[in-house]
Ligand binder design. Structure first.
Ligand SMILES: [Zn+2]
Length: 418
């Protein structure tokens, strides 16, 4: 019997078709959540899903769900999908690929007349990316019960538009918001295909990435206090320069992360202010945000501890005071071993090279994991580029990951609730 596969040529056409919605002069996509382009992309998804005979509904958080009934309607659904909103000047693969593959799989099942035991649901989550309302992974957090009506109170973008108005326009319902929440008993599993947005798979020539965990993010605000003084009359050995102390502390973060045994520990200082920031005054106060991401909370803690020791040394040697305030401590989220194992087995059966890896970016699946057994598959990103117009993946890789998703869904359909 011929192996069941997705139709890569058809999928490629769909990628470019959806990729035209919101395209700007630089060839990137401006499809920020709840903008006219995002609404047009949503309409495109709804139309395609309806044309497949799926039961399309938009929930109170404006998430799009498209259901296909199973042989046993009492079973919980296997859901899969991602998001179609983009960052400003983003690419056509981030998020969209997961939704398009979900559509393609529904199409293959229809063509082949395959009826699963479980109901299947395609989902396109609202506002996954950071957006002017300051609420990212909006749809999946609502579905998981982590974002409630109260969190929307008075939330506006910088033009003064209320999120509840934006939501209404997208087909959501702020008055009955809580109903968008799904219950664990309604879902058997959630799977999301996404581009890797890094170079690990590409560098190793591996087409199928099986996500083991979604990165934890730790952020703190570090304040380095020195003594502001005259830049001419204060001799070098008499200075307590906050900026030089901060610079050393930042370099220490780089050293600690480079030396960490896990290559998935990354540290970044992406935000900094210097006071008084005048050419003739020795800096008196520097504030920066230090971010550490890692696959396990223990890895992150190890990096924090090592950095703390370095910071204490810098502080005593230079006489600067270092104050710290924790801003975020989002723990890593493990993906479900059964889902990941099923994906690995299917990749094996299909003869595709695959590798486990941690996701260094946040995703809807991280929130769905609190609701149901969840897994993610990664497609290699060309040049590791993402959130830019050059974002791309090879169709041969996409095809392989799509086939793994298709067979993993069918295998889970047999395995779960058996
Ligand atoms: Zn994404």
């Amino acid at each position: 019997m011929k192996q069941l596969t997705i139709n890569a040529a058809r999928l490629e056409k769909a990628i470019h078709e959806l990729g035209r919605i919101g395209v700007n002069g630089q060839g990137g996509l401006d499809r920020t959540a709840f903008t006219p382009a995002d609404l047009a992309a949503r309409d495109w998804v709804k139309e395609k899903a309806a044309a497949l005979g799926l039961d399309v509904r938009v929930d109170e958080a404006a998430n799009i769900w498209a259901a296909r009934s199973g042989k046993r309607s009492e079973l919980p659904a296997i859901a899969f999908g991602s998001h179609v909103d983009t960052v400003p000047n983003g690419g056509k693969y981030d998020g969209a690929l997961g939704v398009l593959l979900a559509l393609e799989i529904m199409l293959v099942l229809k063509e082949q007349g395959i009826r699963t035991r479980h109901p299947l649901e395609l989902v396109s989550f609202s506002a996954e990316e950071p957006n002017p309302f300051g609420l990212s992974t909006f749809g999946s957090r609502t579905v998981a019960g982590k974002l409630t009506r109260r969190d929307l109170e008075g939330v506006r973008d910088d033009t003064g538009r209320l999120i509840i108005d934006a939501l209404r326009q997208a087909g959501g319902d702020p008055e009955r918001y809580g109903q968008a929440r799904r219950m664990p008993e309604e879902l058997a599993a959630f799977l999301e295909v996404h581009i890797e947005q890094g170079k690990r798979l590409l560098n190793r020539g591996i087409p199928v990435g099986i996500v083991t965990a979604i990165t934890g993010i730790y952020r703190e605000e570090v304040t380095v206090l020195g003594v502001p003084n005259h830049a001419g009359t204060t001799l070098m050995q008499e200075r307590t320069d906050a900026l030089l102390g901060a610079a050393e502390a930042m370099l220490a973060l780089e050293r600690v992360c480079l030396a960490h045994p896990s290559d998935e520990i990354v540290g970044t200082v992406g935000k900094i202010t210097n006071e008084p920031n005048a050419p003739n005054i020795i800096p008196g106060k520097v504030q920066f945000h230090m971010e550490i991401r890692g696959k396990t909370r223990a890895d992150i803690q190890e990096a924090i501890d090592k950095w703390e020791m370095q910071a204490a040394l810098i502080s005593s040697r230079r006489g600067v005071r270092i104050e710290r305030r924790m801003l975020l401590d989002q723990h890593p989220v493990g993906m479900d071993p059964l889902v990941a194992g099923t994906c690995a087995l299917q990749a094996e059966k299909l003869g595709y090279a695959h590798a486990p890896l941690g996701s260094m970016a946040g995703h809807d699946a991280a929130h769905m994991a609190s609701l149901t057994r969840s897994g993610m598959l990664f497609v290699p990103s060309l040049d590791g580029k993402s959130h830019c117009p050059e974002e791309a993946s090879r169709i041969e890789d996409i095809e392989k990951v799509g086939n793994v998703l298709l067979h993993a869904i069918l295998a889970l359909d047999e395995k779960l609730d058996a």
